[in-house]
Ligand binder design. Structure first.
Ligand code: SF4
Ligand code: SF4
Length: 419
């Protein structure tokens, strides 16, 4: 079942704030439960440059480079805790680290993967999975799907970036097509993004040779229209299951901002050290800022009245609640919502099955929630609890205000810890 969200975002509602948010101190809170540990590559007093590796995230399957977003001096490194912190005084010079990668454009898959890995490029749609691993997983990639759907309400960061950097992003598509021998590049976008669709069509009309291999796939306006399995199934009339990985079926799906990060790394030898972040009160005020990665929420939101407000980082459906304003934006931050605290008491489940009917991955939030309470691992596995994509729909539709998504995410997190 598709969920029509009433607050469908109208593209023209936001205001671009020209101020670049680049505070004098930048912090990296290295927290992600799926990583076993971080290797810290800097010490207090070190001078670092934009794009320099300051830490490496490591789990048993892969590593991800964490790059500095600014140039300046490291003033604090806390490695004692499980989630280390690095703080850097931002000299506002943005001097770049130049030896990270060769100066020529990659020609082979190995060279491309190497650059993507060096620049720590990950899925910027929220998944955060290393793009190099995704690309390396299969020798045959027939279709490249660029996911620019941003199906959660209000989100605009990818669409804005695409409009702004259209030519560069197209250059990335062409490079990926050539190196990976891709037959078709499909740009998936929501039908409400009419201005951007028009710009893409005009660009293709002016570059007729691209039309042979680049096309648009326009989705309806529903949530989660951008869920990649559904997207691939719709585009190629496949029947992939939620357990399937599109790249194993010749489809490489990458987010629009990830494509831009690949452009920067390959053509300009630069890391993506900022994100366009929408700050929204989910009502009248929608401002889009260019924010240097590692900016505290305090800095980002200092012009907003936060009294009795709830702060959500990410989309309103899948975002995380921010309780500490000293925490910082990351490379995955594309939106922050400042909303009224709504007091909705959790009630008992009325067994209406609305959550089950609406789950896009066809698992049963009702049963999973029940088994999670009693930590019934076998039953949780039987219910495929770990397939949950965290879309937030079950919590959104539950008439008893049960935060099923949160309860299910705790189950998933526990499983990761016990691996
Ligand atoms: S959060 Fe998980 S369980 Fe809930 S609807 Fe989305 S995929 Fe289904
Ligand atoms: S939607 Fe809420 S009330 Fe209905 S079955 Fe699911 S958990 Fe129970």
């Amino acid at each position: 079942m598709k969920l029509k969200i009433k607050r469908s975002f109208k593209n023209k509602n936001y205001v671009l704030n020209e101020t670049i948010i680049s505070p004098s101190e930048i912090s990296f809170y290295l927290y992600e439960p799926k990583y076993l540990f971080y290797e810290i590559k800097v010490n207090v007093g070190d001078l670092v440059l934009v794009g320099q590796v300051i830490a490496i995230k490591k789990n048993k399957n892969y590593t991800i480079n964490v790059l500095s977003s600014v140039s300046g001096r490291v003033i604090f490194v806390d490695t004692l805790r499980t989630n280390p912190i690095i703080k850097i005084i931002n000299d506002q010079e943005f001097m770049e680290y130049t030896t990270i990668t060769p100066s020529f454009l990659p020609k082979t898959k190995d060279e491309l993967v190497n650059i993507i890995q060096n620049f720590g490029i990950i899925g910027l749609g929220g998944g955060g999975f290393p793009t190099s691993i995704k690309i390396n997983r299969s020798n045959v990639i027939k279709k490249l799907v660029i996911n620019c759907v941003e199906c959660e309400p209000y989100l605009i960061s990818d669409k804005f970036l695409f409009t702004k950097e259209l030519t560069k992003i197209f250059a990335c598509f062409v490079l990926l097509k050539q190196i990976l021998n891709i037959e078709k590049v499909i740009i998936a976008i929501k039908k409400t993004s009419s201005d951007l669709i028009k710009s893409i069509k005009t660009y293709l009309d002016n570059n007729l040779s691209y039309k042979d291999f680049i096309c648009l796939y326009i989705t309806k306006d529903f949530y989660p229209a951008g869920y990649e399995i559904n997207l691939v199934n719709k585009i190629s009339k496949l029947k992939l299951l939620t357990t399937d990985i599109p790249v194993d079926h010749d489809h490489l799906v990458i987010n629009l901002s990830t494509a831009y990060a690949i452009y920067l790394a390959t053509y300009e030898k630069k890391p993506l050290n900022y994100r366009y972040v929408l700050v929204s009160d989910m009502n009248k005020r929608q401002e889009l800022y260019k924010v240097i990665i590692g900016t505290t929420y305090f800095e980002l939101l200092k012009e907003f009245d936060l009294t009795n407000k709830l702060i959500i980082s990410g989309g309103p459906m899948m975002g995380n609640r921010i309780d500490n304003l000293n925490h910082t934006t990351t490379i995955l931050t594309s939106a922050v919502f400042v909303t009224k605290k709504i007091k909705s008491e959790e009630n008992v489940c009325i067994k209406c099955a609305t959550c089950i009917k609406n789950c896009p991955v066809k698992i049963s939030p009702y049963h999973i929630n029940k088994h999670a309470k009693y930590q019934n691992i076998k039953a949780l596995e039987k219910e495929n609890a770990y397939l949950c994509c965290g879309c937030g729909i079950c919590s959104y539709v539950c008439p008893s205000s049960i935060d099923l998504t949160h309860n299910i995410s705790l189950v998933k997190r526990r499983k990761v810890k016990t691996r």
